[in-house]
Design a protein around this ligand. Structure first.
Ligand code: ING
Length: 311
């Protein structure tokens, strides 16, 4: 069965703090239409694609903080995106800040959804690996307070049937953790959609190594190759409220090769034809998990959180 289709990464340039959601949605719709004009069936938008990257600030006022979250999706501001996608028959991945009420408690997640070509939500993922801190760090030009504003995701790393294959999702920092890819690899994932907001000066000590771009691609290329999966990694990038974030959105083949990459730090659509069967040649040989993996030797990976003494 032919499992080929055109996929797009719809990279966003900066979103200003004051930029209204409807403006972001208009940008997303414009790129959706551009991707559709090039034959794309799936468009991957960035992490937190509806607002500026607000975890860069310490926000004390609860109402100010709550305003960064979506309480329904689609909602009034995002419905036009879902309608345009259904009208064009194009699916998409969208990252956003999610607020739910559960047992009378408000809960907050850094979330992404996968939407089919009919505009219906196929699946949801909540970011497991939250970088940065839960309290403001002194002396930083920008904070990184995802651990303060979000809970770790509670949906695991699910894989969803769609687009002729199995589609998984990650969000930003997840791509640096091999376990995230492997859990999806063990579910036969064919393509992982991934949005990111990656500040160059994440650590608070300036650009510690000048390698943020290299590590961005290294993480995704390794994950793709070691799990025989396609990866579409889409940035929100450029200088956003003074914070420079990496671009170089990329479409990466199961071979680990980058087959398309963004060239700007602005709204930019890149596309590529993916063959979901390309991973097969690796899954049936080098990465035939059933023949080669030895889970009995991997206990530390599941049972130990931090590095410890030799066993
Ligand atoms: N951002 C960054 C990411 O993992 C970061 C945090 C930046 C970590 C640079 C390491 C180096 O790409 C988010 N939002 O996870």
């Amino acid at each position: 069965m032919d499992r080929q289709f055109i996929v797009a990464a719809a990279q966003m340039g900066p979103i200003a703090k004051e930029e209204p959601r409807r403006s972001c949605v208009a940008r997303l719709i414009a790129m959706l239409r551009e991707a559709h004009s090039r034959g794309a069936k799936l468009v991957v938008f960035p992490e937190l694609a509806l607002t500026t990257f607000f975890p860069r600030w310490m926000i004390e006022d609860p109402e100010e903080l709550a305003a960064w979250f979506e309480t329904e999706i689609p909602g009034p501001a995002t419905q036009p995106l879902f309608a345009a996608a259904a009208d064009l028959g194009v699916g998409f991945y969208l990252g956003y800040a999610e607020r739910i009420e559960e047992d009378g408690q408000a809960r907050h997640f850094n979330t992404s959804i996968l939407v089919g070509p009919d505009g219906k939500i196929l699946g949801k993922y909540r970011k497991v690996h939250l970088p940065g801190h839960d309290a403001a760090q002194p002396g930083r030009a920008f904070q990184h307070l995802e651990k303060r504003y979000f809970e770790p995701g509670n949906l695991g790393f699910p894989v969803f049937e769609g687009f002729g294959g199995r589609i998984g999702m990650m969000i930003c920092n997840d791509r640096r953790w091999p376990e995230a890819y492997r859990v999806m690899g063990l579910q036969g994932v064919d393509l992982i959609a991934l949005g990111y907001n990656t500040p160059i000066e994440h650590t608070g000590h300036g650009d510690i190594d000048g390698l943020t771009q290299f590590h961005n691609h290294l993480s995704m290329q390794a994950g793709a190759y070691q799990n025989a999966t396609w990866i579409v990694g889409t940035a929100k990038c450029g200088r956003e409220e003074g914070s420079m974030m990496v671009g170089q959105s990329a479409i990466i083949a199961p071979s680990g090769e980058i087959i398309a990459m963004a060239a700007t730090l602005e709204d930019e659509v890149i596309t590529a034809r993916v063959d979901l069967d390309m991973g097969t040649r690796y899954r049936e040989t080098i990465f035939d998990f059933a023949r080669h993996r030895e889970p009995g030797s991997y206990n530390l990976i599941v049972n130990r959180k931090g590095a410890g003494d030799p066993i």
